[in-house]
Ligand binder design. Structure first.
Ligand code: ADP
Ligand code: ZN
Length: 762
């Protein structure tokens, strides 16, 4: 006899039982439905009598669509009393037993759709993992349960019906109708008759075949006494929690200053009160090291990796939705974790641009998280050693923002000394082309002799080349936009990809008249080669996207480095973040200039962040450490300030120049991109679009830069053009979008993307 037992947690409520936090049921004759079509509007459907009062916003419905009336899946958005339409098709079916989105996530979806100028249907699709929509790893079952109705209320009970009721009473509850009938020795019709009498109910449930335990053994946490600075920071968060209020605490703390310890304590506050916390970290920092620290403190931790299988992802989502996760750690999309009673949001490395999604909806997880916390009235902690200038400025100008600082490394270890290496001298005084400077070479050799380790950081190779003078370091910039100019080899010109200005490449350096203008482009392989050639005995490993894929994952490479099996680790962004190796005493930044020359107004900020992050990898142990930053622009302020670990000075200077140019945080940018396999179509489309937007932009006080080709003018078959919108305030930009939104449709054969608050403009 097979008895289908229902794990108590593996069910979703049957229709009619509203889950906690769901929106109120729709009782109107019509309903607005969002379809994931990329069409920027909702569609009106009639809600048949029998479905009224059963459908809630956030629930999916099956609706006839188009000429052929094929069935499409859409999302119920809101009830509608009336419609002007002459012909309205009816909703065919309600697909989910209960809304998949709670009311706060629905409100968040509406906000995202408005702010990021994205059709609502696309926003819903992004919020809910595909695995959940498909129901991966779950199956729908029907089960029979006894109702509250007394037998004495229904008159005579037939003997076959009696057998069913007896079977139900003695443990048959939760059986499928067919199985229950078999066990009671009758047909399913008998159960149907009991259902008609109101004695039993047939419920639809979703069953998880993979039920398992989330609980883990807790390790005894080490008794850690907070430093005075940590205590003050924690107190700020606790005050907000106690007051039950929204507010943002920017935790500006140097690397290794104990920020994570503050997060853990703040989270414990809300978890102890029975609520949940969401922790967002950059994908790259979602390492076992990070996760272990949370698992040591909290029993129920859900981790949303990007490499979860569909079934695992769905299960995690259920665990979270049904209250079996106290803490959710995830990358960007973790902001949509369906926690029931959100108490706190933590965003580590809040300045990271990987929190920005690069497909529609192009949301910034930090900003969405702040909005979500605002909607439910809970605090947010933003942590960084190099806060984004947006957040930093907010602590100065926005009421509900406050700052807490951790200025000291734990254990009083000093921040490592940073030495700026002038690559102009290297070029002038040495024969041949060297990626490694003499001081860096000497340091690598010395570290190796003492059995210490080195990390070499290489900026991701420039997507395009930029021009600079090897002799004096002069780099070409646009005088109007103050962003780096991009060099296009064919037919040979420099271009500003903000305003479009083109100039011929100079034959001589405009600053020092030398004829040594050059471009820089070095890959990690090249660095690895040079290390191997110069130090045949040193064991070097490369950690970049290629190497990580080829050699069985970047964990393996890191483990070998941690175990001392490699001496020098060479890598891209992957080595800059979060790694904690006490035996690393030398860190080298191979090409700081690449960051400075990005055609982006945040170039200085990126360079500053990069050097600070990389430097944070050195000197984490008692042996101390030193950092070498190789650059052709040693006088550059951002580099000097980073070398002095002087965020304050950097922020002050950089904010001033942003203010002058009207760049964020003092204004808002947005970007409209069109792409097409036909260059001409793309060019014509962006011109036509710009023509139409000109007048509404003028009225709204929004400035249009361009249109012109994107810095990456062609990407996998598609020609790309863009224009940049510069608005004095978020309000002006929103006003502009509201006016033009209905007309933002590109011609056939052309795709359009809108990026509000772009983090990169390539
Ligand atoms: P951050 O997040 O700022 O890089 P961490 O929270 O990771 O810093 O702290 C760095 C190290 O110091 C960790 O190993 C952590 O366990 C330890 N630590 C943090 N706070 C304290 C403290 N108050 N006393 C002793 N050790 C601490
Ligand atoms: Zn320009």
């Amino acid at each position: 006899m097979t008895t289908l037992t229902m794990p108590p947690h593996a069910t979703t409520p049957a229709p009619g039982t509203p889950p906690d936090g769901a929106a109120a049921a729709i009782t109107t004759p019509y309903v607005a439905v969002a379809l994931p079509l990329g069409v920027d509007r909702t569609f009106t459907y009639a809600l048949p009598e029998k479905l009224r009062g059963r459908l809630r916003p956030g629930q999916r419905v099956s609706v006839p669509f188009g000429k052929g009336n094929h069935m499409a899946t859409g999302w119920a958005v809101s009830g509608q009393e009336a419609t002007d339409l002459r012909e309205v098709k009816p909703v065919a079916e309600i697909l989910d037993a209960a809304p998949l989105l709670t009311e706060d996530l629905l409100d968040l979806a509406f906000w995202i759709s408005r702010y990021y100028v994205t059709p609502l249907g696309q926003v819903f699709e992004a919020i809910l993992p595909a695995a959940v929509k498909r129901g991966a790893g779950f199956k729908t079952v029907q089960i029979v349960v006894r109702t509250e109705k007394a037998e004495s209320d229904v008159g005579r009970i037939l003997s076959k019906q009696r057998r069913v009721l007896d079977r139900l009473a003695e443990g048959g509850a939760g059986l499928a109708p067919r199985e229950l009938a078999r066990q009671a020795g009758c047909t399913v019709a008998v159960i149907k008759s009991l259902q008609e009498k109101g004695l039993v109910r047939i419920e639809t449930r979703q069953m998880d075949e993979f039920a398992r335990d989330l609980f883990l053994e807790l390790e005894e946490p080490k008794a850690v006494h907070l430093t005075a600075e940590q205590g003050l920071a924690l107190q700020r968060v606790k005050n907000l929690i106690a007051a039950g209020k929204f507010g943002v605490v920017l935790l500006a703390g140097v690397t290794s200053s104990g920020k994570t310890e503050v997060y853990l304590r703040a989270i414990a506050e809300v978890v102890d009160a029975g609520r949940q916390a969401i922790v967002l970290v950059p994908e790259i920092a979602l390492t076992p090291q990070t996760i272990r620290r949370f698992r040591e403190r909290f029993t129920q931790v859900a981790v949303l990796h990007s490499n979860l299988s569909d079934v695992e992802r769905h299960r995690q989502w259920r665990d979270i939705a049904e209250g079996r996760a106290d803490v959710v750690i995830g990358a960007r999309s973790g902001v949509f974790a369906p926690v029931r009673d959100l108490g706190l949001v933590v965003i580590d490395e809040e300045h990271e641009n990987s929190f920005k999604q690069d497909t529609a909806p192009r949301y910034h997880a930090r900003d969405v998280a702040i909005m979500r916390a605002n909607l439910v009235g809970v605090p947010v902690v933003l942590g960084s050693a190099t806060p984004s200038l947006e957040s930093y400025q907010n602590t100065r100008s926005v009421e509900h923002y406050q700052e807490a600082r951790l200025t000291q490394r734990i254990g009083g270890r000093p921040l490592p000394p940073v030495r700026i290496v002038d690559m102009r001298l290297e070029a002038a005084e040495r024969k041949g082309h060297h990626v490694l400077s003499r001081p860096l070479e000497a340091a690598i050799a010395e570290a190796w002799r003492k059995q210490e380790q080195t990390i070499l950081f290489l900026n991701r190779r420039g997507f395009a080349t930029h021009l600079f003078c090897v002799k004096c370091g002069h780099a070409a910039r646009c005088p109007d936009c103050d962003v780096g100019l991009t060099y296009h080899a064919k037919p040979g010109y420099l271009q500003c990809h903000y305003c479009g200005r083109r100039t011929p490449p100079p034959r001589q350096c405009p600053a020092c008249s030398a004829e040594t203008v050059n471009y820089w482009g070095t890959g990690t392989q090249r660095v690895e080669e040079e290390v191997r050639r110069k130090f045949p005995d040193i064991r070097a490993a490369r950690l970049d996207a290629d190497a990580a894929a080829a050699r069985g994952g970047h964990e393996k490479i890191l483990a070998a480095f941690r175990d001392g099996e490699t001496d020098v680790l060479i890598g891209t962004q992957m080595v800059a973040k979060g790694l904690d190796f006490p035996n690393v005493t030398v860190v080298g930044v191979i090409n700081a200039d690449v960051a400075l020359s990005l055609p982006d107004f945040r170039a200085n900020e990126r360079a500053f962040q990069l050097i600070t992050q990389v430097a944070g990898r050195a000197g984490r142990g008692p042996k101390g450490g030193q950092v070498f930053v190789q650059t052709f622009q040693p006088e550059h302020l951002a580099i000097q300030q980073a070398a002095r670990h002087d965020y304050e000075a950097f922020a002050r200077d950089e904010l001033e120049s942003r203010r002058v140019r009207g760049y964020p945080p003092f204004g808002r940018l947005a970007r409209i991109i069109v792409r097409s396999p036909s260059r001409q179509k793309a060019a014509e489309a962006i011109q036509a679009l710009a023509g139409r937007l000109l007048e509404p932009a003028r009225v709204a006080g929004v400035h249009i830069l361009g249109p012109q080709p994107c810095p990456i003018a062609k990407l996998s078959r598609f020609w790309r053009y863009h224009m940049i919108l510069k608005a004095p305030t978020a309000k002006a930009l929103l006003f502009f979008w509201n006016r033009v939104r209905p007309d933002l449709t590109p011609p056939g054969g052309v795709q359009m993307a809108i990026d509000v608050d772009p983090q990169a403009t390539l």
